[in-house]
Design a protein around this ligand. Structure first.
Ligand code: PMP
Length: 383
């Protein structure tokens, strides 16, 4: 069939398409140890930063959710899918993020599509390394869309100066590919000076920074971030996204966010798990700090071996190797030494910035940290 030929040609044109490892089925993909091709590996590729996917209390709450309400919501929140647990979760997340109101959506991806819907007919200024979900949100509303150089606030200011429209700044607390943080203090200053609405994606910071409440909380800037977005799928160990802001913003989103309106609500068991995960973070606010300490130790060691870790200052550490072939070879070598590490290539990162990316977790013990260091020492001698 002609159409299939066209698809085949498009695949052929991809400079680095996904290999089978990236999509093959893996037992317990979120757990500290995973098994691939019969080999047990220390998992440094999942976003289960605090190991909560297998927390007993959280699992039990989720099971209770199924027992009480069944397995699915079977309708959009705006029809009959608005399970009573949503109210509780939205109250909790508002309190957690110190915002007036919140809205829970089906994923961080959906939350970001929704977040950008407030920017219709505005000028959007987005960090060049922002996640695809934020970019897609801007595309979906057909907005004027400007991308400033990564963390370059001079560049952002130049762009803000040249706009006579309503302005929306979009950035992330912790960038998922580089593991560095935004300069939130100065972003807030610019947002005030140019009267720009500020959207902050805290996907990789929630559960980790600011006693688990995110970067805005760490800097006491919750009131200055207009819309705080994030996900329950990373440190919080389950699924779902949230948006926290003032009453008017949330009411607008309920009425205009297509990724909320036109999809079936989350299963109640997932909402129950999210409630339990928030409770866990409240009761264990220092888990994130423990993880950041482990991360500093590993990062400093990698740097001492001569690896390029960019400006990483979080639990995500890139190890930039340059070309895709070398990165895949390094991934294979680490695999043989018992580590599973993600290999990130273009188009996810720019050409010549292919990298290994490790995502650390708070439940690593001293022996496991030692194993990581030994494996990278050996890699440094071979690559
Ligand atoms: N924002 C960022 C910065 C992310 O890294 C991701 C997930 N990779 C998302 C949003 C989307 O979150 P989810 O996986 O819950 O859809």
């Amino acid at each position: 069939m002609e159409f299939l030929k066209v698809l085949e040609n498009k695949l052929f044109d991809l400079r680095s398409n996904f290999n089978f490892r990236s999509i093959r089925s893996i037992s317990n993909g979120a757990e500290k140890y995973i098994t691939i091709d019969g080999k047990k590996l220390l998992n440094l590729a999942s976003n289960n930063y605090l190991g909560l996917t297998n927390n007993k209390v959280i699992k039990n709450m989720s099971i209770e959710g199924i027992k009480r309400f069944g397995t699915g919501a079977s309708s959009s929140r705006l029809i009959t899918g608005n399970n009573i647990l949503y109210d509780e979760l939205e109250r909790e997340i508002s309190d957690f993020k110190n915002k007036q109101n919140s809205l829970v959506l089906n994923s961080g991806y959906c939350a970001n599509l929704a977040a950008l819907s407030i920017a219709k007919n505005c000028d959007i200024f987005m960090d060049r390394l922002c996640h695809a979900s934020l970019i897609d949100g801007a595309i979906l509303i057909g907005a004027r869309f400007h991308r400033f150089k990564h963390n370059d606030l001079d560049h952002l200011e130049k762009m803000l100066k040249s706009s006579n429209n309503q302005k929306v700044i979009v950035t992330e607390s912790v960038f998922s590919m580089d593991g560095d943080k935004c300069d939130l203090v100065n972003l807030v200053k610019l947002s005030k000076e140019y009267d720009a609405f500020l959207i902050l994606d805290e996907a990789h910071a929630t559960g980790i920074f600011g006693n688990g409440r995110g970067l805005a909380h760490e800097y006491s800037l919750e009131n200055d971030v207009h819309l705080n977005v994030g996900t329950f799928s990373k440190a919080l160990g389950s699924l779902g996204g949230y948006l926290s802001g003032d009453k008017v913003t949330i009411e607008y989103l309920i009425n205009f966010a297509r990724s909320l309106i036109y999809t079936t609500a989350l299963p109640p068991s997932v909402i129950a798990a999210n409630l339990a995960a928030l409770k866990f973070i409240r009761e264990n606010p220092s888990c994130g700090a423990v993880l950041l300490q482990i991360s500093d130790d590993v990062r400093n060691y990698l740097k001492s071996l001569g690896f390029e870790t960019l400006n990483s200052s979080s639990q995500i550490i890139p190890i930039v190797l340059g070309d895709s072939e070398k990165t895949l070879r390094a991934q294979e070598m680490l695999f043989d030494m018992g580590l599973f590490v993600a290999a990130i290539r273009e188009p996810t990162v720019p050409t010549n910035f292919a990298r290994l990316r490790i995502s650390l977790r708070s439940d690593l013990n001293l022996d496991e940290v030692k194993l990581i260091k030994q494996a990278f020492t050996s890699l440094a001698g071979k690559i």
